[in-house]
Design a protein around this ligand. Sequence first.
Ligand code: DGL
Length: 265
Amino acid sequence: MCIGVFDSGVGGLSVWREIIKVLPETSITYFSDSAYCPYGNRSQQEIIERAYLITDFLLSKEAAVIVVACNTATAAAIKALREKYRIPFIGMEPAVKPAALHSKSGTIGVLATRGTLNGNHFHASVERFASDVNVIAKVGEGLVELVESGETSGVKVKELLKIYINPMLEQGADHIVLGCTHYPFLLESIKEVAGDNVVIVDPAPAIALRTLNVISENIIPLSEMISKDVYPTTFYTTAPTGTLMMMAHRIDPDIPDKNFNKIEI
Ligand code: DGL
């Protein structure tokens, strides 16, 4: 059995990058729904339907656990997925809690898609963990599209980031939460815009540890997971494979090109 990981596009590779640090031997099947990306402005019903199709596909590849490496899909569909299927699903957490906990200025910024910021999950996290801090939430309109086209640095990226980050800085935010898995690929530019005094919070390492826990807690014994030497990590995308391959190769240049496949579902 393998670990299934999916996202609306290439953003979930920022979570995959962390999972392979804690589970380096385990086979992973990654699914990028790039033909339907961005999910951020789609209806909840549409995202649930895509999530069902992707889950069926990952189950056909013997996924024993699925990481929903997309904040927007987590907000829209994780409840429906858990109701429909028996395997464990690990979703993205908007990392409001650690940011609020460690903020000294009492102001934090959250950058995410419209779907995530409108979702109950985000509002519940703010109410529960950040009721005594000032939370400045901004929709990162256009950022997902830039990452999907492989453009992760340069003037255009920085100018767009300034629109969202400057108002956070003006109000004294000392932490900025990356509430979309595409955004860690913009980290260098985000740091340049935010400056050295702002902590950028990426929830991906915590999600990777949660994945390790689900496996080592014997919900699924590690011994039942197949090694990537036997079944190499494979990537599927509903769009042409170019960007997915390029972004994955930035993380692991040794993955053979033949492990990337275009598929229609
Ligand atoms: N990576 C997705 C997320 O974390 C991107 C959302 C989108 O496709 O709009 O929300």
